[in-house]
Design a protein around this ligand. Structure first.
Ligand code: AMP
Ligand code: MG
Length: 354
């Protein structure tokens, strides 16, 4: 299959391109499109064959449910069998935006879209291209991240092309995404809402709207205890993995730089090609290795935006080992560290060892 790739200006998108994509969706085809989090691989959420194609194109395990994207809050009542008060309050506050809500599904949503579950994950994205596409196509779009399963999520159309070219009908190139990591997922099917995946919308922000919110224990504990099973099926898979071995180095900034410099020199003396994920604050303090800057510590979003891009860039450099600095795991930092820990397979080095 030849994949059509069309560029759009996100602030003034060409409706002819959007309508071409809409026709593909209506007829059961797949279209990758930008959202404010990462690029999504879209298909008609109410068409089970289209959902099947999404799993096949990504090589995604069939028990890993898809998020259904809407462009109108009223769609909640069509897709969910019951819409609790908390969902209405959260939608009013955070939609359109990077928040996905899990609710009990209605009969119109096929189990092929929900990975066999009786619940459905729903999000109203805050990106003009995504919103136009959903509105003009009149399709609810099931869309996981538009990467091959196990690879870092795409933040540029080129990443989608690298992974899925020839396997999907169309890619809408709307430039670089804003946040760069996936939405917060909150499960509203229990009495107390539970965060299944941390993201830009933090626990604190949710609690200001709906009171007490819990975090799925598996997110906090799976690096210590493998027996915790995450409630979001997708969170159990090794995700976001770069080709090289990735290690997170913890400690004070000075300790971390010193330890990474020492390990890099040692590696290089043995012919081990080493990459370093630095920040604007430290990039000039490293003495060897392939040094890439993820973003600035003064701006969390610059770090989330740079995370997957840097991991993909290292895949193209053929490094054997990557060392990354670590980040505060409070508020939005918790989402950044969650993705980094998964990419690293929870391998952490104490930078204070020198
Ligand atoms: P992706 O869009 O690739 O980031 O993947 C979607 C994420 O949403 C995966 O981690 C899924 O496990 C999660 N998800 C989707 N639907 C549900 C649901 N009904 N219940 C729990 N998690 C879900
Ligand atoms: Mg994904």
């Amino acid at each position: 299959m030849k994949t059509i790739i069309d560029k759009v200006n996100k602030d003034d998108c060409d409706v002819n391109i959007i309508d071409k994509a809409g026709k593909i969706l209506k007829s059961g085809g797949l279209v990758a499109f930008p959202t404010e989090t990462v690029y999504g691989l879209g298909g008609d959420a109410l068409n089970k064959e289209a959902s099947g194609k999404i799993y096949a194109a990504k090589g995604r395990p069939s028990d890993n449910p898809l998020i259904v994207h809407i462009a109108d809050k009223e769609a909640l009542y069509e897709l969910a069998s019951y819409v609790p008060e908390s969902a209405i309050k959260l939608a009013d506050k955070f939609w359109p935006g990077p928040l996905t809500m899990v609710l009990n599904k209605s009969a119109v949503v096929p189990k092929e879209t929900t990975g066999g579950l009786d619940t459905v994950a729903i999000r109203f994205p805050n990106h003009p291209v995504a919103i136009e596409l959903i509105k003009r196509s009149k399709v609810y779009i099931a869309a996981p991240s538009a990467n091959t399963s196990g690879r870092p999520s795409p933040t540029l159309a080129k990443h989608v092309e690298d992974d899925l070219s020839g396997r999907i009908d169309m890619i809408i190139d709307g430039g670089e995404v804003g946040i760069g990591i996936e939405s917060t997922i909150v499960d509203l099917t229990s009495e107390v809402p539970v965060i299944l995946r941390p993201g830009y919308i933090t626990k604190k922000m949710l609690e200001e709207v709906v009171g007490k919110v819990e975090i799925d224990k598996a997110i906090l504990e799976c690096n210590k205890d493998k027996n915790y099973k995450p409630k979001a099926p997708g969170m159990k898979y090794k995700h976001y993995a770069p080709k090289a071995e990735l290690y997170i180095v913890e400690g004070s900034q000075e300790e971390v730089v010193k330890t990474i410099n020492k390990m890099t020199l040692e590696n290089e003396s043995k012919g081990i090609k080493t990459g370093i994920i630095s920040t604007s604050q430290t990039k000039d303090s490293y003495v060897s290795g392939i040094i890439k800057c993820i973003g600035s510590r003064d701006d969390d979003v610059s770090i989330s935006q740079g995370l997957y891009k840097v991991l993909r860039e290292f895949d193209e450099c053929d490094v054997d080992i990557i060392y990354t600095e670590s980040f505060m795991d409070d508020d939005f930092g918790q989402a950044i560290m969650n993705r980094l820990l998964k990419a690293a397979g929870y391998k952490i080095i104490n930078g204070g060892i020198l």
